[in-house]
Each structure stands twice: as structure tokens, then as C-alpha cells.
Write a protein that binds this ligand. Structure first.
Ligand SMILES: CC(C)(COP(=O)(O)OP(=O)(O)OC[C@H]1O[C@@H](n2cnc3c(N)ncnc32)[C@H](O)[C@@H]1OP(=O)(O)O)[C@@H](O)C(=O)NCCC(=O)NCCS
Length: 128
């Protein structure tokens, strides 16, 4: 989030990505076809948990986040996919609900203590 102070969290974030990678997670990156710059990333753990999804502010609303999510849905065919989102992150909440995720639980982030929602997605067309 732009208001989070990303530079202050860079070390934590790099460590988190390394931890996910060591645990066997897939880390997918999106690149801007116009200038080759990285546009965003998503992580997918073997149990279907999405720990990180972020796209650069200049591509918000472009469909890049949907494309990353669709690729993860394809990779983890049928689901379920799970993720946690800060309850005050209205844009992300709206995004996940539009992309078919359903709210299943309320809890607190173990590190920040902030209230979060747990969301889940499963491909209902794959049932039956
Ligand atoms: C969350 C994120 C991946 C979504 O990608 P995006 O490209 O911004 O998403 P989209 O523009 O496709 O969709 C955003 C939706 O939220 C809506 N929205 C925007 N601001 C909003 C607000 N303040 N409150 C509610 N809804 C809002 C948009 O109108 C759109 O919904 P719509 O399609 O029904 O009109 C991206 O914003 C991001 O990287 N954010 C920073 C990192 C982050 O928060 N990651 C999620 C952590 S779990």
C-alpha cells in the first residue's frame, strides 16, 4: 500500500519472499510490455494460500492483478485458494469479492494485530 512506507518494509518483504520460496511457493511476476518494468507479483503456496499479491500503482485498474490471480487459479485448478486481507483495505476487499472470493472468517494479523478478513475461492463449476 502506498501509505505503508514500502522502503521501511523492504528488508522484511525480501525475507518473506525468500521464506516463501524456500517453502516451495510459486512466485509469479508480471511485467509491463511497454517498458519491461516489473508490474506486480503474486505468491502461491502448495496448500493454495496466497500470501502476497501486489501490483504497481501505475497499473492499478489495468487488469494486471486479475491476470496474476487467474494464472494462480489455473495453476491450483479448482481451488480452494485462501488469503488474508486487512479489513480497512477497501480496494483489495472489493477486488477479491469481484474476482469471486468469499469471506469466511475474521481474525487478527499475528504480526500487526490489525483486523483481517480471511477469503476463500473455489471453482464451483468444478463441483459435480
Ligand atoms: C489489491 C490490488 C492487487 C488490486 O488490483 P487493482 O488493479 O487495483 O484492482 P482493480 O482496479 O481491478 O479493482 C479494484 C476495485 O476496487 C474498487 N475500488 C477502488 N478504490 C476503492 C475504495 N477505496 N473502496 C472500495 N472499492 C474501491 C474499484 O472501483 C474496483 O472495483 P470495480 O471493478 O467494481 O469498479 C492492488 O490495488 C494492489 O496491489 N494494492 C496494494 C497491495 C495490496 O493491497 N494487496 C492486497 C493485500 S491482501
Amino acid at each position: 500500500m502506498p501509505g505503508t512506507g514500502f522502503e521501511a518494509r523492504r528488508v522484511w518483504f525480501v525475507d518473506r519472499l525468500a521464506q516463501l520460496n524456500d517453502g516451495g511457493a510459486t512466485i509469479l511476476c508480471a511485467f509491463d510490455v511497454l517498458d519491461g518494468r516489473m508490474a506486480g507479483l503474486i505468491t502461491l503456496e502448495t496448500d493454495g494460500h496466497i500470501d502476497q499479491l501486489a501490483v504497481a500503482v501505475h497499473v492499478w485498474g489495468s487488469g494486471a492483478a486479475t491476470a496474476l490471480l487467474n494464472e494462480v487459479k489455473r495453476m491450483h485448478a479448482g481451488g480452494p485458494l485462501t488469503l488474508d486481507v486487512n479489513q480497512d483495505n477497501a480496494r483489495a476487499v472489493r477486488f477479491y469479492e469481484r474476482e469471486g472470493f468469499r469471506r469466511v472468517d475474521a481474525r487478527r494479523n499475528a504480526t500487526s494485530g490489525l483486523p483481517i478478513w480471511r477469503y476463500q475461492w473455489a471453482d464451483i463449476s468444478a463441483v459435480g
